[in-house]
Design a protein around this ligand. Structure first.
Ligand code: ZN
Ligand code: ZN
Length: 337
């Protein structure tokens, strides 16, 4: 027994050290990412863009894609993920309670303003159930999880991303995190396809190289784009799948447990946040009557979520919670430490 406890304590100690190291090297990873993206964009406009036909059309399009990549990265790393103990206010989404009184959200029914003929019509936002975090003591609406590295509770917590953005992905920055990955893949694709002739030329070690980007650097960034393109495509595919199913990464793990529990009773688990692929995407990017038009995704502007994280749109017939699972059976992250 003491051996089990010693191993557990040792594991926890290792985990805490890993968390500290992760937190410390995060800014370094951001620096590397900025430098790599910067070199990629510079070499594209230095070597590839001048070779494109119809420069009046192609140059602005390429510039917009580069700008959107950088802007979404900037928003993903600077916009707070939505800490449960912060005053997380949203424009166009009126709250009647004074600042700091979160409890009011949970008792007063929340309604979307200005119903239109669009996606969320007929899906009133249902106030979230709340609890209190055992670790940081903050009020914790459903879909909130405590981040071990940030040591705070994050609304609609997805995961802590130390390598790319050095902070949590939550309700505040999740749209920009996804858009950053999407634009980064487009950048890598453009660089790989359109940059193939000059990359091939570099391998042949040309005598004449009339560009400002050194040959070795272009070849290196081309190889990085291959690796990054593959890795980020895999990650983005996974996240798009989760968005389409109305889940976060944490919920995907939890829901697989709930499915087993429901099945053991002969029932089927139903995710109450799943409103169908089209609506799930519209809600995720807040392409709603009270939110943003679709073309905002093509701009570098900051966007806001459809809810403040204290109320959620739910599937018809499941307004009070998921199907096939009882509230007391739902997993919490209080047991982890
Ligand atoms: Zn917490
Ligand atoms: Zn975190």
């Amino acid at each position: 027994m003491w051996l089990t406890r010693a191993v557990f304590r040792c594991f926890k100690c290792f985990e805490r050290t890993a968390d500290r190291v992760t937190g410390a090297v995060g800014p370094l990873f951001i620096g590397i990412a900025v430098v790599l993206i910067g070199i990629g964009i510079f070499s594209f406009f230095d070597i590839i863009a001048p070779t494109l036909r119809w420069p009046i059309i192609t140059t602005p399009i390429c510039a917009l894609i580069a700008l959107n990549t950088l802007a979404n990265y900037y928003w993903a790393i600077t916009v707070p993920p939505g800490f449960a103990d912060d005053d997380f206010r949203l424009s166009g989404y009126k709250r009647s309670a004074p600042v700091g009184r979160w409890e009011r959200w949970t008792t007063a029914p929340v309604r979307v303003q200005g119903h239109g003929s669009d996606f969320i019509r007929g899906h009133e936002l249902e106030p979230a159930r709340t609890g209190r975090c055992q670790k940081c003591g903050s009020i914790k609406p459903e879909r909130t999880h405590h981040c071990r590295i940030c040591k705070r509770c994050v609304l609609k917590y997805d995961h802590h991303c130390p390598v790319r953005i050095n902070q949590c992905v939550g309700i505040g920055n999740e749209r920009h995190f996804i858009l950053f990955m999407a634009y980064l893949i487009v950048c890598c694709g453009f660089l790989l396809v359109l940059g193939l002739p000059p990359a091939w030329e570099v391998i042949g070690m040309p005598y004449h190289w009339p560009h400002r980007t050194p040959q070795v650097m272009f070849l290196l960034i081309y190889i990085v784009a291959i690796a990054l393109g593959i890795a980020v495509s895999a990650m983005l595919s996974w996240h798009l799948y989760l968005i389409g199913r109305g889940q976060t990464s944490v919920e995907n793990h939890d829901f697989s447990q709930y499915k087993k529990v429901a099945a053991s009773r002969g029932q089927t688990f139903v995710n109450s946040y799943d409103l169908g692929i089209r609506r799930n995407f519209a809600l995720f990017f807040n392409l709603t009557p009270t939110g943003h038009p679709w073309w905002v995704l093509l701009t570098p502007f900051r966007t806001k979520p459809y809810t403040n994280g204290h109320a959620w749109a739910r599937r018809h017939g499941f307004e009070s919670g998921h199907g096939g699972i009882r509230e007391e059976e739902e997993l919490t992250d209080d047991e982890e430490d």
